[in-house]
Ligand binder design. Structure first.
Ligand SMILES: C[S@@+](CC[C@H](N)C(=O)[O-])C[C@H]1O[C@@H](n2cnc3c(N)ncnc32)[C@H](O)[C@@H]1O
Length: 253
């Protein structure tokens, strides 16, 4: 585990988190700023599911689409979501059926592209659903470059936590080219006022090139369409995690 943690929420006490010491806390703070009950959100790198749970809580009554290329990660996230009392369903990669032997007992069939998942109607249209503790999460074992094939409607936030699965195979990591392609897709899915939030780890071999590519992409976005923020710990060396936030300009109505 790095000096900045493994993605798990800080143990310092729920009331007093330190978003400066831990970039994941800063990312969480930004998520809370941009996600409201009933929203549609995307976790582009589910991993162990910490961000997925946080998003599901913020988007109660809404929907979370969670992507990862590793089934192991999604299974861990499913456990974490269930422990948090959040409804979960699985979607097979690229086909209208289910993953073979998908874990959990409540696996549901989901529609093909453009069709809303059928838990019980579209989020936000269900009376009283805002009182739910969590949004419903759809776990998708697919590359995040394909998110536009799965996500219905516009997203209030798309979240990336780059790098490898903590406690998993360090050779399986996000990569510069595919991350940038997925980020472009995420930007097109964002609603006006929506946020793309990326936690970047430049301290591992693939991470350095990825960091440069991601920051280049953000730096080239047109200022009349996006506000961008890059936050880094300036006294912690080059490998310290960083946070990038891109907000699509405009007002959500
Ligand atoms: C740093 S972990 C994410 C941690 C997670 N946010 C959490 O809260 O525990 C990065 C994850 O990205 C996944 N990943 C790597 N390349 C991917 C891709 N092209 N599409 C989707 N997920 C990918 C990895 O399998 C890994 O689980």
């Amino acid at each position: 585990m790095s000096a900045w943690g493994n993605g798990a929420p800080s143990q310092e006490g729920k009331a007093r988190k330190n978003p400066i010491a831990r970039p994941t806390e800063l990312a969480a703070l930004l998520m809370a700023q941009y996600v409201r009950p009933g929203d549609t959100v995307v976790d582009a790198t589910v991993g162990n599911g910490w961000d997925t749970v946080a998003l599901a809580r913020l988007a109660r009554g809404g929907r979370v689409y969670g992507f990862d290329i590793q089934r192991e990660a999604l299974e861990r996230a499913e456990v974490r979501l269930r422990e948090a009392g959040c409804p979960v369903a699985w979607r097979a990669e690229g086909v209208p059926g289910l993953m073979d032997g998908a874990p959990g007992e409540t696996t549901e069939a989901f529609g093909v592209q453009g069709e809303a998942p059928r838990l019980d109607g579209a989020p936000g249209e269900r009376p009283g659903n805002e009182a739910a503790a969590c949004g419903e999460t759809l776990l998708i074992c697919a590359d995040h470059r394909r998110m536009a094939e799965y996500v219905c409607g516009q997203a209030a936030a798309v979240v990336f936590n780059l790098g490898y699965l903590p406690g998993g195979d360090k050779k399986i990591t996000t990569r510069a080219d595919s991350t940038c392609e997925a980020m472009r897709s995420a930007l097109s899915l964002l609603r006006p006022g929506g946020a793309l939030i990326v936690t970047i780890y430049g301290g591992h071999p693939a991470g350095k090139a990825e960091r440069e590519a991601v920051l280049r992409l953000a730096g080239e976005l047109p200022a009349e369409e996006y506000h961008t923020l890059h936050a880094r710990l300036t006294n912690q060396g080059e490998g310290a995690p960083e946070v990038l936030a891109v907000v699509k300009r405009g007002i959500h109505r």
